[in-house]
Design a protein around this ligand. Structure first.
Ligand code: NAD
Length: 257
């Protein structure tokens, strides 16, 4: 089974990891739905450019993954969803006493609850099609904690639980659900964390990268979006038909510690 002709919905896919995964799926012949909440002309132009480059159908559908009805509406608007990549995510870094309640709520909604809502609508579509893949982009922070990331670590641990339940509820069907747990990937999300981390630890931005961010990643190298896209393709392949309810890490050895 290849992804050619399959329809893939990738949440939060106008940037970073989601865009990398969507691009590789289009390159392999999948029809792709790009998503973010912004609905700019650039978002639609990005979809047109991907479609032209790879000769597949690429649509941009705006939906705010912090809103349950819009999460569900995204999958309904897609109409078909053979491959669901729950990728949308945000970050905020602050000690618990200073962590803004609205940031907590937004991170839990976007990074965790959105995956529940999209999966709820996508599973019946996968059942009707007789094949499906749910791939949740969790994080090394779904397996390990770091200070100042209470909401993110909580949400990502929650996604790990949802992954296992989804796998069990689909275990006797040609549908799998797995989590990919990246270590640090140099995307706009991480670029924005560097000054926050420097401020929390009272160090320079260079030191924040070397001594805090890559401290936990024994390889001392960032993971790339291309490597993660390759893992998505593997999970979509026949070789991965019995891989379900588990975790693929790409973290340079972080969670081996
Ligand atoms: P990014 O900031 O580059 O991209 C995030 C995407 O999500 C963007 O397209 C953005 O528009 C979209 N988005 C944000 N809020 C949204 C909302 N409310 N509704 C719809 N879309 C929304 O981030 P990234 O680094 O590519 O992260 C993607 C995923 O990978 C996240 O779930 C993140 O937690 C996870 N992750 C990232 C890293 C890393 O080091 N970058 C590591 C592990 C896991």
């Amino acid at each position: 089974m290849s992804v050619t002709g399959k329809t893939a919905v990738v949440t939060g896919s106008t940037s970073g990891i989601g865009l990398g995964i969507a691009t590789e799926l289009a390159r392999q012949g999948a029809n792709v739905v790009l998503n973010s909440y912004t609905d700019n002309e650039e978002d639609h132009a990005q979809a047109r450019a991907l479609a032209e480059a790879h000769g597949t159908t690429v649509r941009y559908i705006a939906a705010d993954m912090s809103k349950p009805d819009q999460c569900r509406g995204l999958i309904e608007a897609a109409g078909v969803c053979d491959i669901l990549v729950n990728n949308a995510g945000i970050q905020h870094v602050a000690p618990i006493p200073e962590f803004p309640a609205e940031k907590w709520d937004a991170i839990i909604a976007i990074n965790m609850s959105s995956a529940f809502h999209t999966t709820a609508v996508a599973l019946p579509m996968m059942r009707a099609a007789g094949w499906g893949r749910v791939i949740n982009i969790a994080s090394a922070h779904g397996l390990r904690a770091s200070p100042y990331k209470s909401a993110y670590v909580t949400a990502k641990h929650g996604v790990m639980g949802l992954t296992k339940v989804t796998a069990l509820e689909t275990a006797q069907e040609p549908i799998t659900c797995n989590a990919i747990c990246p270590g640090y990937v140099l995307t706009p999300m991480v670029e924005q964390q560097i000054p926050d981390t420097a401020r929390e630890y009272g160090i320079s931005e260079e030191e924040a990268v070397e001594k805090v961010i890559l401290l936990k990643q024994p390889s001392k190298e960032f993971v790339t979006v291309e490597q993660l896209a390759g893992m998505v393709l593997f999970l979509c392949s026949d070789a991965a038909a019995q891989v379900t309810g588990t975790t693929l890490t790409a973290d340079g050895g972080w969670t081996a510690q």
